[in-house]
Design a binder for this molecule. Sequence first.
Ligand code: FCB
Length: 454
Amino acid sequence: MLRPARFPAGFVWGAATSAYQVEGAWQEDGKGESIWDRFSHQPGNIVDGSTGDVACDQYHRYPEDIALLGELGLGAYRFSIAWSRVVPDSSRAVNPAGLDYYERLVDELQANGIEPYPTLFHWDLPGWVQDAGGWADRGVIGAFSAYSEAVVRRLGDRIRTWTVLNEPEVFVNQGHDIGDHAPGFRDPDLTLRTSHVVNLAHAEAVRAVRAAAPRAAIGSAFNMDVGYPASDDPRDIAAAERHHARVNAWFLDPLVHGRYPVAFVDQDAALARMDIRPGDMESMATSFDFIALNMYSRAIVEDDPTDRRFGLRRIEGPGRRNSFGWEIWPAAIHRLVKRVDHDYGRPILYITENGCADGTRPGADGQVHDTSRITYMADHLGQIARAIDEGCDVRGYFAWSLLDNFEWAAGYSQRFGIVWVDFDDGARRLVKDSGWWLRDLVAGARLDYDDALD
Ligand code: FCB
């Protein structure tokens, strides 16, 4: 049955970006090199051979972007802070000019009535931290919390909501196991150990932020995709649960439930390779004021005994695909929100990323008619409204992304923006139809959802 989507009063409407994907200015004002600077400069890593050296040039054009947020009626901006601007080298000295940039950004947002939602780490680890072992070495625990504290001390009086990490599962697994993201390792054991250090560093940083900003709300953004079992066979159902444990819960359960979820066929062997030391599980225990979810797609999962690690394989679903090839399945976001609501004690939730890769270019009339993105957002927002109607406490939605930007290993070949960026023409901006559509929705346009989708 179709029902009208209703979003509660005070619902936060925003758009998101991250530092390396939009800022450019990779060497300005004392910024140090990050692992993404290194990775993108190495031939062969980025499909179109591009880098984030200039990207959307937001470092210089942020007033224009903030004006765009205002035009679209969005009350919040999620951005990330580049650790390598703030602590550029191994002397660990804080670079005031790096913090000045974020202060200017926050000032400009607030002057325009837009709430800043900063994320402390969105993948661009400083090169000097990587040289000391990166996220695999326990030295990162102190380094990350010292950096977090420096940022919060400078900006904290004006920030009400801090997001600590963005998608630990992605930067750990793609950076250390699959190798298609910086730092580009392909080492399953290193990945296991790294995941554990990330969890320790995460909890320590949450404590540092809480101590420096006791009144702020603190959370992190987790990429999640729901595992749909390929059939009713209990083996497929168990495989989907392992997928959920591996992707969705591995970086959350140790912090909030004090244990690793069962993700491996031989869980004990995996845990034994993680260098878990006495006291680690205790020091990892922490709590979040909210859980932020980044969601794009789903996974259909089948039991596969030939996969010795996770015992599963993903199979193709029947849904439409975005230009990246990711299946579009809006009901999955309803399932996801319900599951997180249930498993984590009815937490406050934000959707901090959701969006659609769609390469539609400006047409003959000069406008970008990105209808597939509009359908995507309408369907997903509808399913979020459905979860809200069913009692889940979702407080906000951030479109990924405000701008077309540097999409990591895909370079500029995939566009997620609700605003077009012309990378051949001085990063000129042009609001797409999806941006105007979102503006109308925020202003109260009607949206219906189907309460029977599965
Ligand atoms: C997420 C990332 C974000 C962007 C989108 C498409 O995994 O957090 O930076 O690349 O995917």
